[in-house]
Design a protein around this ligand. Sequence first.
Ligand SMILES: [Cu+2]
Length: 498
Amino acid sequence: MKVKILIILGIFTALLVGCQENKSNNTPAVQDDISEVNSSPSKEEHSDQELTLTTSKVKWDFGNDIDGEAWTYNGSVPGKEIRLTEGQTLQAKLINKIDAPVTIHWHGMVLPNEMDGVPGVTQNAVMPGEDFTYTFKPKHSGTYWYHSHQQSSSQVDKGLYGPLIIEPKNKSYDQDKVFVLDEWLLNRNSQNGMGMGMGTHMGNMMSGDTGDMDTQMLYNTFTVNGKTSPDIPPAKFKSEERVRLRFINAGYQKHILSLSDQSYKVVALDAQPVKDTAPTTDLLEIAPGERIDIEFTSTDSEDWYIQSMDNDSAATDMRIPIQIDEADSNKAVAEIQNRHTVSQTFLESKDPLFNEDVNADKTYDMLLGAEMHRGRGLDFTINQEVFPKTPTLNINKDDIVKVTLSNDSQFDHPMHLHGHHFQIISKNGEKLDKPIVKDLINVKPNESYEIIFKADNPGDWVFHCHDLLHAENGMMSLIHYNGYTSPVNIHDETNKPE
Ligand SMILES: [Cu+2]
């Protein structure tokens, strides 16, 4: 099957490059009704949370009469939802019961380098039958997730991921739900996945947004918390409840979500709180690896859906029923027309890293490219090289580092920096007047961004595209703190950090 995919992908990318030249049976993992409002601080608040994450292969029930093999943490897709309160330390023992080496990367977390879970960079991959204990104390509340970083394009694709939520000490909401989005290539009874992909995505090509077309063509099923519609369990709210929804994109293509006529506020991006904004009914666009938190007060109108507005035949799979207590049960799929997507550059982080213009000690230009190679398919490059030949950014502790990301390809590149937050300071050469702090920025074709961060967490860190298929095919680089010596060897052949 993979050969077939590569051939079709090859044909398709040749087309695009040409254009350019002319110009499982399981219980649901995510808990319901987790938070209690105004609960008094529990005794456990400052104690450690110890847990075990055991990898296993399962036959997973995706819903809608579709099943298939998944690789899991603790037997479910997504893996166990981990919740801590600010101030708690997490101690997670990974036990590997799969016949392949694995790790856990704690996506978005600022933590000590040796806990970052990148094989060959921060640790050796955890071999079958072995274990590794990760211990760290999260610095900031927010929405995070965890996933394997060993051959991650394949292992995350198979389901080795889960949500990690750090709750603030004072909550502003009554209900808190996590939705982890993903795409799969599955055997669907009445449909031929690959054929369907090629045909329907041509429509997308015509509409102009082709940024993740290469990846879209590989999948035929969308899931939310491991389930596909109509088997995504409803989220149930009471009228007048304050609701927080946390969206995590664990897949490799961006998703556009409509919240029907429910007006809401974006309250956090990549776990960074944003300043209060006017409520909106705009569409939410969430890039691979990204997290967006929203809040709203549920009203006693009729039931509704959160639904994918992706120009993709699998969009109807991604439809989350919202049930309001005592509402008319006239659930209808709303017609959503002419809505914009929320522009992140209009939002403002509550806690900027830098309050004023600062001079960078180090600057680095990262040119993101794609190059066709006969026999090998498409390389995704940084400054015309593929990892591990991509240039390493050598920095000193306490440097202020400015990176200019420029996308010279026809594909989206959601670039993710490990171990640090960065502040976006300009888009397409224009300075942003509102600071935005993130750990991932989706750089679309022909876009450029300047980002800036403080080198305050010594180690070796990867900076890579979170379309993990792109990372696998080269789009990854290292940030190295001068004087730091990694305890592990990237050239050890069992370690596959991409
Ligand atoms: Cu990419």
